[in-house]
Design a protein around this ligand. Structure first.
Ligand code: ADP
Ligand code: MG
Length: 245
């Protein structure tokens, strides 16, 4: 459902993403792991058509995001790193507005909004203004926006960042609930997220893929069997010794 082909991004002389390729099938939840600055958001912004790649492209259900962005985006939901910017809007009206942009009209639009509110469990706040919501509900509003057209491919950039443990749990449950029917990519630097929701993980550092496999396969890369050790070995030049001094 998602095929990422040799994506590269240069900002001036600096190469932030250095040729990333991977595929995600229906039913997979891929954890995109890496330290801050690894290139996770840049890669996701290229996959979702918000940033033109310097080289390479991504196919969303067979549609090329560079050559055919309109068709590709119909199959794609994106939860960006930052919260929604329409702070003064009521949740329900905001979602109706997003549905309208997505091409839903009349009863279809109402249905899409109701479905997204139910899936993101937003019923208690549907009539409230976004700026009055807790961080958890604001994140769920963002989540509802990303799934309003029931996309086959869902890309989420640090979906649980800044949430409390209960809110994190709720978001992970929503992701799991939808995972059978979709190809999902979530970026994170929280390693427990991998065990909680991912069927597979890719570790990136310095704009390159360092490992790709099931959580069990990644853990087996170090005798300790610990994901945090494997992550440090892959993403720190000195294996993390400097950071622990
Ligand atoms: P991550 O999401 O993994 O934390 P990013 O993809 O945001 O990392 O950033 C990867 C690298 O690219 C960082 O070094 C960052 O400073 C740089 N970068 C990101 N966006 C820009 C930009 N618009 N201009 C210049 N450098 C950028
Ligand atoms: Mg980021």
């Amino acid at each position: 459902m998602l095929e990422v082909k040799n994506l590269k991004k240069r900002f001036g002389d600096f190469e932030a993403v250095k040729g990333i390729s991977f595929s995600v099938s229906k039913g997979e939840v891929l954890g995109f792991l890496g330290p801050n600055g690894a290139g996770k958001s840049t890669t996701m912004r290229m996959i979702t058509g918000f940033l033109p790649p310097s080289e390479g492209t991504a196919l969303i259900c067979g549609h090329d995001i560079t050559a055919d962005p309109v068709e590709a985006k119909k199959c794609l939901g994106y939860l960006p790193e930052s919260a929604p910017s329409y702070r003064a809007m009521v949740v329900e009206e905001y979602l109706a507005f997003i549905a309208e942009i997505r091409g839903f009209r009349g009863a279809k639009r109402r249905e899409a909004v109701e479905r997204a509110i139910a899936k993101a469990r937003l019923e208690p706040v549907a009539r409230k203004t976004i700026e009055t919501l807790s961080k958890g509900y604001r994140q769920r509003t963002c989540f509802a926006q990303a799934i309003i057209h029931d996309p086959a491919v869902l890309i989420m950039d640090e979906p649980t960042d800044g949430l409390d443990p209960n809110q994190k749990y709720a978001v992970r449950e929503m992701i799991k609930e939808m995972s059978a029917e979709k190809a999902i990519v979530i970026s994170t630097h929280i390693l427990e997220e991998v065990d909680a929701v991912c069927t597979r993980a890719i570790v990136i550092a310095d704009g390159e893929i360092k490992a790709d496999g099931t959580p069990a396969k990644l853990k087996a890369m170090d005798p300790s069997g610990r994901l945090d050790t494997v992550f440090r070995n892959l993403t720190c030049k000195d294996g993390g010794k400097e950071a622990t001094k």
